[in-house]
Design a protein around this ligand. Structure first.
Ligand code: CA
Length: 443
């Protein structure tokens, strides 16, 4: 279990003034990781940490020699153009680097250190991002009971989820080739679906385009095939968490999904935010994982006292939509919904334990989607199919526009942050993606 230390002290301040700005996602208590470079010019990609409105270039920092010992070894890995080897180095390396970066960025760092670190900063407004790791495998879970019930009720009023939902964290193996970093633009996919009242399917561009608010879980050291990760050790194999949008073609999904799961409905695009907030940074926001007494209780391999005490994370999440018209008018995005990750039926530790329980190996940099995150209340749905009741009750998106599903030109923006009395507010940045028109037939 991660413990709190001086790096979580809400009173800690950086010598970089922007780290203390109200509502800043990246105070000194956060220190999330990304892979980036100065925009344009084609410079090499390098690992970076966010602080205030700046990115600390870890390759440049490594060259200063300011970081020594075990932290220097970790820094060399985190400076690489993909974070896989740093993720694989495990919690001791992650913490050594966190402590060293905190010391260099905190008020009280020597004037000489401040001057040399300042030379390694790049304004966030002037960087471009790539995926933070070479992702070998991507698995998407389905672990929000509220999302599952909302979707079930739209398709079959009064129906419950399948019995296995309450016994195991359900998932399917996803697709890596179309994973993109925030800013991703993708064409509306074509696929088979059955128009209302039609007796046979057609092959056409999707007409029920949707998003899914999720968190991405980045795997640390991982496990060899045949060797599972027990729930008690799952935290040591989770590097951190980022925002994730699992774009979904609902019409295609309904037709193709039974009995083998999503295919064309999900494999055309998935967008992740550039910044990974570490499990260490999230330590103050751990909270109890609970299961209603009347529900099935987890089997032994999905049960632990530590998971009960602090297996859930209270991450505030929001979905915003910016239409092409809103963008042109400079109106800005409209808020669609908001919820917290703490409502999820299964914890991320349980997802890792279950993923590996049959002997499936996880490797550094693998990505796990949490599944759509919907909360219990109205306005807490993490997908438009729920908010607009399958397209039957379109939602207002500002400027007199309504949406039952997404239109071409729509950008969906996910935001996340943690905030509570007695802890520093930390944020996840944003995850943005845009739907483009379907490619012309034959294109
Ligand atoms: Ca999903």
């Amino acid at each position: 279990m991660t413990l709190l230390d001086a790096t979580h002290d809400p009173a800690a301040r950086s010598w970089l003034a922007s780290a203390q700005a109200a509502g800043c996602d990246f105070p000194i208590q956060n220190l999330p990781f990304a892979v980036l470079r100065p925009r344009g010019g084609g410079a090499p990609w390098r690992g970076a940490v966010a602080i205030g409105d700046q990115a600390l270039d870890l390759a440049a920092l490594a060259a200063t020699g300011l970081v020594t010992g075990a932290a220097a070894e970790a820094l060399a890995l985190a400076a690489e153009p993909a974070l896989n080897r740093f993720m694989g180095a495990g919690p001791a390396a992650w913490r050594a680097l966190r402590q060293a970066l905190f010391a260099l960025l905190a008020e009280g760092a020597s004037a000489d250190a401040q001057r040399r670190v300042r030379a390694c900063l790049i304004p966030l407004a002037e960087v471009e991002y790539t995926l933070p790791a070479r992702i070998g495998d991507y698995t998407d879970f389905y672990t929000s009971l509220d999302h599952a019930l909302n979707c079930m009720r739209i398709m079959r009023p009064g129906a419950d989820v399948t019995p296995n939902f309450r016994w195991l964290p359900q998932a399917y193996h996803g697709r890596v080739s179309t994973l993109g970093v925030s800013g991703q633009q993708f064409h509306r996919p074509r696929g088979q679906w059955v128009p209302p009242g039609a007796g046979a399917p057609v092959f056409q561009p999707c007409v029920r385009m949707d998003y899914e608010l999720e968190l991405g879980v980045w795997v640390g050291p991982g496990n060899a095939a045949g060797r599972r990760i027990p729930l008690e050790q799952a935290d040591a194999h989770i590097f951190g968490i980022s925002l994730l949008n699992d774009w979904s073609a609902r019409d295609i999904q309904v037709w193709e999904m039974t009995p083998l799961g999503p295919f064309h409905a999900k494999n055309f695009a998935t967008t992740v935010a550039p910044w990974i907030v570490t499990l260490d940074a999230l330590a103050p926001y751990r909270t109890a994982w609970t299961r209603p007494a009347a529900d099935p209780q987890p089997l032994a391999y999905l049960e632990s006292a530590a998971n009960r005490a602090a297996g859930a994370f209270d991450v505030q999440l929001e979905v915003w939509l910016e239409s092409e018209a809103a963008r042109r008018a400079g109106r800005g995005p409209a808020r669609l919904s908001g919820t917290s990750f703490r409502h999820q039926y299964w914890s991320i530790g349980q997802m890792v334990a279950h993923h590996t329980a049959g002997g499936c190996s996880l490797q550094p940099g693998d990505l796990i989607g949490s599944g759509t995150i919907s909360g219990p209340g109205p306005g807490e749905a993490g997908a438009m199919i729920e908010l607009a009741h399958g397209g039957q009750r379109p939602v207002e998106v500002g400027g007199g526009e309504q949406r039952g599903f997404l239109q071409d030109g729509d950008s969906v923006i996910l935001r996340g942050w943690c905030e509570k009395p007695g802890a520093a507010r930390i944020g996840f940045g944003e995850c943005r993606g845009t739907v483009l028109p379907a490619v012309a037939e034959g294109g």
